[in-house]
Design a protein around this ligand. Structure first.
Ligand code: ASP
Length: 315
């Protein structure tokens, strides 16, 4: 559908939601509210404000795999990744394997605004958070700790990390969050944030903080945010590919479908999803998993539209 700016699209991660007993209604509420907050931020500021605000809200929700709700690595602690890109300046920045900051997306924006770097990891990134007095992360929710203990019980069934597909089949890819936006001046922005994948090896970094893989935005073209198995998304450069397809004449829905078809041919089903807004105001979501909760807010929509699975009408 073609929408009037501001336009904000968010996702709550491509995955096998049905099998994990997630409260579907709560997730839909969270993505709808994130889109709404992003829209309000775009009205007051710009597309970059919109994606940071939408992702920050989802990080704080505790029900998605980012910020407060981040999954745990094999050693039992969080290592979060996030990235944000401003299509107007064609500049993006990511942070990876951060442990103590409450909102990795806010830290990514600080790296974007206050440094010339494109990716900061671990201790160096945490120091920037301290310098800018960013809020600290609270306790990991009980739901996440319980799930970790459950998964540990089956540790002998956990395939080695060289068997990425098998790992995805057993545990699913999970609830990463992302947002894309276009403001009234036509500026495009994208942001993505995640706790990564369950039981990842400590130090593992996925696609979410990698420019072109987990996020990408370019004025005059499109903005995209990806979710799914980072090991594949990095190889495929999913978000950059979607934006390049728009640059060569595709609409957001055509670009998203074409990129995901190629992705699925290469890596199989159940592996990824992507959301897009193009500079004409067309939006799209394409995924090869069972579901991908997502929502859109725009000037010509009375309320945000939030949908969960493939079958539901919406976008
Ligand atoms: N893309 C994320 C990662 O690999 C996971 C996800 O989207 O669920 O870190």
């Amino acid at each position: 559908m073609r929408l009037a700016p501001p336009v904000v699209v968010v996702h709550g991660g491509a995955g096998r939601w049905r099998t994990r007993g997630v409260d579907r209604e709560r997730v839909l509420e969270v993505v709808a509210e994130a889109a709404h907050r992003g829209f309000t931020a775009a009205e007051r500021g710009d597309a970059l404000d919109a994606v940071v605000e939408a992702v920050r809200y989802m990080e704080d929700s505790g029900v998605l795999n980012a910020g407060m709700g981040s999954v745990l690595n094999l050693a039992g602690y969080v290592e979060m990744d996030a990235g944000v890109m401003d299509g107007a300046r064609l500049r993006g920045a990511g942070v990876a394997a951060v442990r103590s900051v409450r909102n990795p997306v806010v830290l990514a924006r600080v790296v974007l605004e206050h440094t010339d770097h494109v990716l900061m990891v671990g201790e160096g990134a945490e120091r920037i958070a301290e310098f800018f007095a960013l809020e600290k992360r609270g306790e990991t929710p009980r739901r996440v700790l319980e799930r970790y203990r459950e998964l540990l019980k089956n540790l002998d069934r956990v395939p080695h990390w060289s068997r990425v597909r098998e790992f995805a089949r057993l545990y699913g890819v999970a609830d990463t969050v992302g947002a894309v936006a276009m403001d009234r001046r036509g500026n495009l922005a994208a942001a993505t944030s995640t706790g990564g994948v369950w039981l990842k090896l400590p130090g593992r970094v996925g696609d979410s903080p990698i420019l072109g893989a987990g996020y990408y935005a370019e004025n005059g073209a499109a903005a995209a945010s990806a979710t799914g198995l980072g090991e594949y998304i990095v190889v495929y450069q999913l978000c950059r590919r979607v934006v390049d397809l728009v640059k060569s004449g595709a609409s957001a829905p055509e670009a998203a479908e074409e990129a995901m078809e190629g992705f699925t041919r290469m890596f199989g089903g159940g592996t990824a999803g992507v959301i897009v807004v193009d500079h004409h105001g067309y939006v799209a979501a394409a995924f090869n998993t069972e579901a991908m909760p997502r929502a859109v807010a725009a000037w010509n929509l009375p309320n945000p539209v939030a949908v969960f699975s493939r079958e539901e009408k919406g976008f």
